[in-house]
Write a protein of this length. Structure first.
Length: 82
């Protein structure tokens, strides 16, 4: 099986939680070795998990959600199928 960026993004949460099977984990690991975008998304997602687990409250800047969705959509279009 050969995976692309979209597959990695679909499984990133399960990957972080060690809830993917060994074959998929190995494929994601191989992909992450060469894909800077997915590696950055993995790091960012891990950071979000740490922040969410933190008891402190952080207010997001106005428009953050819209900018995030726009950026993710742009990245998906730029990477094509990965």
């Amino acid at each position: 099986m050969r995976i692309d960026c979209k597959h990695v993004w679909q499984h990133i949460s399960a990957y972080i939680d060690a809830e993917v099977d060994a074959e998929l984990r190995a494929e994601i690991d191989r992909h992450l070795e060469t894909c800077e975008i997915c590696s950055a998304i993995l790091d960012s997602t891990r950071n979000v998990v740490v922040l969410i687990a933190d008891d402190r409250v952080f207010e997001l800047p106005a428009g953050f959600s819209d900018r995030l969705h726009t950026r993710l959509e742009t990245e998906l279009q730029l990477t094509g199928s990965g």
